[in-house]
Design a protein around this ligand. Structure first.
Ligand code: F6R
Length: 612
């Protein structure tokens, strides 16, 4: 077998789940899909194999639509696949929902990814009848053709088919002739196998497996797997057998439940006192197992979205404590740019999921240029964790809400620890100051708790402003990131217009937006730039804008100029992004709820952005 072609990292964002074992598969597949729904919620479907052959049910829209159909028409079987779709090729319709079947209805495929040469492949399958407008369906027919040509061999039929495919994929295949066999394959899209007793599982990510097993084996690039109830065999390119030790995952299954909260997002906002505490624990002595390279000249941070905002905090902190120049780059720009990477540049790839396509591409670019790489990620076994030279694992646990909350504060905490230890390693941070900062870190969990106690007050502010206002979030230095992050939270879950801006930039244009319909959120805790923030607040007030300030408890100066203050406990300026973002997460959450938005599944978004 030739190695699979891996043209790039362009991927789509769907969720796959598979089961083979001794239990009825339907409930397990639907449970898995529920945990994967954040990866896409345009349509969903399942296929089960039973005495009648392959039986399929699919529905456009959210998973609840599929569940509704299955209530009146449940499917039986102890082997099956499920899929939740974020549409790329082909509209959001029932016929385009996965699974897709071969002509003889003996082979079913679920797929996450893009088949780039699907049009050409489809041409070569002219005798086959296609029933959807998707690229994926071509796989079902191609595997069918290979299966016939080989006179059997379900695994080889898949690998033979994939030799002709260009693109990226994670796929699961069932074959009606083999009632105990799931076949899986991956190129550039995540796929993990879960190991059980007399049963085994397949999923796009660990979250879907947690209720059943914490022993997982991630598939790597170009690998295929044969999964039956008694075992799993993995094959690399050339059909070579691969032995891989399973990972033991510490995440708890109950993290995938709402635990009495109305939304995952609210639960995850409230978990931050614990997750911040988890980040602090045992971090005094060093950065887990990470060994920081010596002789560095600069640092490049590569990240997207919320993770990029944490990257901005990393930049400010590393420049302050380690006196190293830092470029905090959007991974989508870095990957097509000419940023020089070399042996003396530490590249830090920040990504909660560890699967973001652009961040992975930037990491690969840096590695090719000889730059030492450090991943900061929440997911063990993720592609980023496997490909980076070293990994600092966040301790946020599973995050289900599409909008990142606890993983943002965890990213910021890790960014700060990195700065602290770089400072020590380079001799730019005196020991006494280091110890003082460590004390500040230890106070953070209790301080987060105190901010969370103010939920009712923040809810009132949110309700008052959710209708009739645009939002402008401003900040400086450490809290420029907080302003960006606050605005992103507001727009992504409430769909209100919100901008994040450097407070010092207001006079260079955005001040023209200020009128009585603009609510300005000024992130102004105590620090080097508080007085500058106060001037910016006054300039906005003087032009008729409303200002809600996030300020240090007891700060009379800020209170005297703002319309309203949301207080956070006093802390070092460097720690303030951890505290100041919490009221902004709550503000966005309550605004979205009061507008009736689907907070955990905002429109057009998916949690893992595996498409560039
Ligand atoms: C916003 C959000 C996204 C992610 C971004 C990067 O709430 O979650 O902006 O931060 O898609 O994701 P990761 O960190 O998984 O690389």
């Amino acid at each position: 077998m030739r190695p699979f072609k891996t043209p790039g990292l362009d991927k789509t964002m769907c969720g796959i789940v598979g089961y083979v074992g001794h239990r009825p598969a339907l409930g397990i597949l639907l449970g898995g899909l529920r945990r994967l729904e954040y990866r896409g919620y345009d349509s969903s479907g399942v296929v089960l194999l039973n005495g009648k052959g392959l039986e399929v049910e699919k529905a456009p829209g959210k998973l609840s639509a599929l569940e509704e159909r299955l209530k009146s028409h449940p499917l039986s079987g102890r082997i099956g696949l499920g899929h939740t779709r974020w549409a790329t090729h082909g509209g959001v319709t029932e016929r385009n929902a996965h699974p897709h079947l071969s002509c003889d209805r003996k082979i079913a495929v679920v797929h996450n990814g893009i088949i780039e040469n699907y049009a050409e492949l489809r041409q070569g399958l002219r005798r086959h009848t296609f029933s959807s407008g998707t690229d994926t369906e071509v796989l079902a027919h191609l595997i069918e053709a290979c299966y016939r040509k080989l006179g059997g061999h379900p695994l080889r039929a898949v690998t033979m088919a994939l030799e002709r495919v260009r693109g990226s994929f994670a796929l699961g295949v069932v074959n009606a002739d083999y009632p105990d066999l799931l076949v899986a394959a991956r190129v550039n899209c995540p796929l993990v196998i879960g190991l059980g007793e007399g049963e085994n599982f397949l999923a796009s990510d660990i979250a879907a497996l947690l209720p059943h097993t914490r022993r997982v084996v991630p598939l790597e690039e170009g690998e295929t797997a044969k999964i039956d109830p008694s075992g799993v065999s993995i094959f690399g390119p050339g059909f070579a057998r691969v032995k891989r030790r399973p990972l033991e995952i510490a995440w708890k299954a109950d993290k995938a439940l709402k635990g009495g909260y109305r939304h995952f997002m609210l639960k995850e906002i409230h978990e931050q006192a614990q997750t911040v505490a988890a980040e602090v624990q045992g971090r005094d002595g060093g950065l887990d197992d990470v060994r920081l390279p010596g002789n560095l000249q600069r640092v490049v941070v590569a990240a997207c979205g919320t993770a990029w905002h944490a990257g901005l905090v990393a930049k400010t902190a590393i420049e302050e404590l380690a006196k190293l120049p830092v470029e905090a780059g959007l991974a989508s720009e870095l990957r097509y740019g000419d940023t020089p990477f070399d042996r003396r540049t530490l590249t830090v790839a920040l990504s909660q999921s560890g699967e973001t396509a652009d961040t992975l591409a930037a990491l690969r670019l840096a590695r090719e240029a000889g730059s030492p790489t450090l991943a900061i990620t929440n997911v063990r076994g993720s592609t980023l964790a496997r490909e980076a030279d070293q990994v600092l694992f966040m301790r946020a646990g599973l995050e289900v809400g599409v909008a990142a909350t606890k993983t943002y504060t965890s990213q910021v905490m890790n960014a700060l620890f990195l700065a602290l230890h770089l400072g020590r390693a380079r001799g730019t941070l005196p020991r006494a100051r280091f110890l003082e900062l460590l004390k500040g870190f230890r106070r953070l969990p209790g301080q987060v708790e105190r901010v969370l106690e103010r939920t009712t007050e923040i809810e009132k502010v949110a309700r008052k402003h959710a209708r009739g206002y645009d939002f402008m979030y401003i900040g400086r230095r450490y809290n420029l990131a907080t302003a960006y992050e606050g605005a992103l939270k507001m727009k992504e879950i409430s769909y209100l217009h919100a901008e994040g801006y450097g407070a010092g930039e207001m006079k260079h244009g955005p001040l023209a937006l200020v009128d009585g319909r603009l609510a300005c959120i000024a992130v102004a805790p105590r620090g080097r730039v508080t007085e500058k923030m106060v001037s910016n607040i006054q300039e906005i007030r003087a032009r008729g804008g409303r200002v809600i300030a996030v300020a240090t408890a007891g700060d009379r100066l800020v209170a005297s100029v703002a319309d309203r203050v949301l207080e956070i406990p006093a802390c070092e300026e460097m720690f303030s992004p951890v505290l100041a973002v919490v009221p902004l997460q709550l503000l966005a959450y309550h605004a979205a709820v009061s507008l009736g938005r689907d907070v955990d599944r905002p429109r057009n978004l998916a949690k893992s952005v595996t498409v560039e």
